[in-house]
Design a protein around this ligand. Structure first.
Ligand SMILES: O=C(O)c1cc(C(=O)O)c2c(n1)C(=O)C(=O)c1cc(C(=O)O)[nH]c1-2
Length: 248
């Protein structure tokens, strides 16, 4: 019978180590994007596929909320949906992502139709929504903790896009600018909740494994993008072809 449960500090360090080793800031596609090495079509492919992730985040948060019995937890978590959906037309993260889409020359209606999304992106993102819907509460919350590592990548992205790409300006990058203040609030709450609720070794393992699963969801999306649009550029049947979905 396991009797030794590592303390909060070493458990938190274990979660951070997962990010240090596995977060998608290390993926070659991000290196290419942030250093100015992407062609306009590679940026467009990223915007189209990443939209699918964005669009499913509030759906997974709604699935999560539908299982929560504690009003205080619901009150805190529901802000995530408002961050993405906004509180009225023309506000929120999804709207801001579509401004980025227009900035790179894409028709926002095409992007929001999700027609050209890569199959592996769809599978990975849908797996995340199902995971949060179906797994116990602790792994469901822990899977959101990749956001611990997001502010750094958002800062790198803002700096890299502004330095290297003509389309980048305060309007087109406002999605990332907003996340710099939104994500730390989400993750401060989520981390506290996980540290409070992971009280046995088995709980801590389940939370750590959920975080690993989530890094894989993110990594798989970039692998799909790299293999379809970078090298050797094998676009799967049905996925976005350069030239499609452009602004008229
Ligand atoms: O640009 C990124 O690299 C990145 C990563 C992540 C993440 O780590 O899951 C999120 C976001 N951005 C993001 O913008 C966002 O709203 C978000 C929500 C969540 C989540 O799991 O609930 N992750 C992320």
């Amino acid at each position: 019978m396991n009797s030794f449960t590592p303390d909060r500090t070493s458990f938190e360090a274990r979660l951070h180590k997962i990010g240090d080793e596995r977060y998608h800031d290390k993926h070659p596609f991000h290196h290419l994007l942030h250093s100015g090495g992407c062609t306009p079509d590679q940026v467009r492919a990223w915007v189209i596929n990443r939209y699918y992730y964005q669009s499913r985040i509030p759906m997974k948060d709604a699935a999560f909320l539908s299982r929560v019995t504690d009003p205080a937890l619901r009150r805190s978590w529901r802000r995530r949906i408002e961050d993405h959906d906004g509180t009225e037309d023309g506000t929120g993260g999804i709207h801001r992502w579509l401004r980025l889409a227009e900035g790179v020359g894409l028709d926002p209606d095409y992007v929001s139709s999700a027609r050209g999304v890569l199959p592996a992106t769809r599978f990975a993102v849908d797996a995340y929504v199902r995971f949060v819907r179906d797994e116990p509460m602790l792994p469901a919350v822990a899977s959101s903790l990749t956001e611990l590592f997001a502010p750094k990548i958002h800062k790198d992205r803002i700096a890299g896009l502004l330095e290297h790409y003509e389309f980048a300006n305060s309007d087109t990058i406002s999605y990332f600018q907003h996340r710099l203040s939104e994500a730390p609030k989400d993750v401060a709450f989520g981390l506290e909740w996980v540290l409070d609720h992971a009280v046995t070794k088995a709980d801590q393992d389940a939370a750590a494994n959920a975080l690993i699963f989530k890094t894989e969801v993110l990594w798989a999306q970039l692998d799909a993008l790299y293999s379809a649009y970078v090298s050797p550029a094998r676009i799967p049947p049905g996925a976005w072809q350069p030239g499609e979905g452009l602004l008229q």
